[in-house]
Write a protein that binds this ligand. Structure first.
Ligand code: KG4
Ligand code: ZN
Length: 352
């Protein structure tokens, strides 16, 4: 079964054709990053306009690259994401599904990120449950219990900024540009090659207090909070003469590596807690931040310690893409009878 997947939830216009939920026949991603660089973040209206301009070309290229195979269904992200951006993809998908006379399958963007380790892979998700999932991106940091494949329950999350947001905001403050995550990753890697962990600045490890209302009933030991870390970074920069002075002293890489380590260790610690609580057969990570090289290294060790495999996507499937939407669509194909009536849901929750 060949599914065309369409993704426009944020700043990537993407389409792909995937066979039977795993074999990627084509994958086209048009990134708008250069468009948003001058603003230091994604501008929803600009994103929407750019999706409108690019969607037809991206979809036709995906169909052509797949060898003009017969399309059996159209799958599309309907949330979470930016409302004006989601609308473009959903409307395009509705139109295409109607024209091709095939079913429309709306999917959750975060659940699709969690499916990325299975793209171009031999692993069968339904054989690995119960799975602990970590969705870690620019908008989300969620620990998710997957008892049976296709069922999702959030057991831990960030109380404020997502990990990717924390990377992007720090990069902005330190004058590294947008998006910050890849830049932080590279600078921290180079610094770590020449220095020891002892030289790091001890930034807070994002541990929320038990009992605070923002936990919304979740256990504090499975949640993170990055707002204190962000404030600690700001204070450190101010107390040490500001970004320009620190840059002239060559101090930025040490700050960047220390800040990244605080995020990575916070995520690793909460992951350990989640693995101790459940009897998981596998641990999987998805989302843009799952590309972070230090995070991959540390989480691999965590999974090894618990004697379970860690499933990570190939780097090309970590960011937003249509393949993950098409692939999850295959597993969701019988779920939505009223699909054509569905509207975008910018704050769609995992498991909803
Ligand atoms: O999944 P994604 O492409 O879009 C969302 O659904 O949010 O994730 C984008 C986020 C951005 O915050 C970006 O800075 C971060 O992923 N990111 C990284 C890396 N590559 C992308 N964060 C840390 N290290 C990276 N190598
Ligand atoms: Zn995403």
């Amino acid at each position: 079964m060949n599914i065309l997947g369409i993704e426009t939830s944020c700043d990537e216009t993407a389409a792909a054709v995937v066979k039977d939920g795993r074999e990627v026949l084509s994958n086209v991603v048009y990134t708008q990053i250069p468009l948003h660089i001058p603003y230091g973040g994604v501008v929803p209206e600009l994103a929407s306009r750019s999706h409108v301009e690019k969607i037809s070309e991206v979809v036709s290229t995906a169909l052509k690259d797949a060898g003009e195979v017969k399309i059996d269904a159209v799958s599309v992200t309907y949330g979470p994401g930016l409302s004006p951006a989601l609308i473009v993809g959903l409307n395009a998908a509705k139109g295409l599904a109607k024209a091709l006379k095939v079913p429309l399958i709306p999917v959750n963007h975060i659940e699709a990120h969690l499916h990325t380790p299975f793209l171009d892979s031999e692993a069968k998700p339904e054989e690995l449950t119960p799975i602990l999932g970590l969705a870690i991106s620019g908008g989300h940091t969620n620990w998710i219990d997957i008892p049976v494949y296709g069922e999702y329950k959030i057991i831990g999350q960030t109380l404020d900024d997502a990990a990717g947001e924390a990377f992007d905001k720090a990069a902005k403050l330190l004058g590294l540009g947008y998006p910050g995550g890849p830049k932080v990753d590279k600078i921290a890697k180079e610094w770590r090659e020449k220095h020891s962990d002892k030289e790091m600045i001890p930034f807070p490890k994002g541990r929320p207090r038990e009992g605070v209302s923002a936990l919304s009933g979740l256990s504090a030991e499975l949640c993170v909070s990055f707002s204190g870390l962000k404030t600690a970074l700001l204070r450190y920069v101010q107390q040490n003469g500001g970004t320009e002075k620190l840059a002239s002293e060559g101090e930025i890489p040490r700050i960047v590596a220390s800040y990244q380590e605080a995020i990575v260790q916070a995520v690793a610690d909460r992951t350990e807690n989640a693995l101790k609580k459940g009897d998981y057969k596998a641990f999987l990570i998805g989302g843009g931040v799952s590309l972070n090289s230090r995070l991959r290294e540390v989480l691999t060790k965590v999974a090894e310690k618990h004697h379970i495999p860690i499933l990570m996507a190939k780097p090309k499937y970590c960011g937003d893409n249509g393949a993950m939407i098409a692939a999850l669509g295959y597993y969701r194909r019988n779920k939505m009878a009223e699909a054509f009536l569905i509207d975008v849901n910018p704050s769609l929750e995992v498991g909803e």
